[in-house]
Write a protein that binds this ligand. Structure first.
Ligand code: SF4
Ligand code: SF4
Length: 68
């Protein structure tokens, strides 16, 4: 697939399921994953426009801005 958007990288390791990233995302490109043992966010990169608002919104540093 052609990579046209520089989306942020994501790691669920430190995610506390606060959903601030979901509130911040203008494209509704982040979904909730709800396992009993670990609830966390997950980005849908097909919708992502690379605005990096989620990077700023996450208090846990789960998102890292993409380069360029
Ligand atoms: S970079 Fe923007 S569009 Fe992409 S997941 Fe984060 S907030 Fe949503
Ligand atoms: S803002 Fe960060 S800690 Fe909160 S749900 Fe999103 S990824 Fe998880």
């Amino acid at each position: 697939m052609k990579k046209s958007v520089n989306h942020p990288t994501f790691s669920s390791r430190n995610c506390t399921a606060c959903w601030k990233c979901i509130e911040a995302c203008p494209k509704k490109a982040i979904r909730k994953v709800g396992f009993l043992w670990h609830r966390h966010a997950i980005p849908l990169y097909a919708r992502c426009i690379g605005c990096n608002l989620c990077v700023k919104a996450c208090p846990q540093g789960c998102f890292k801005a993409g380069n360029g």
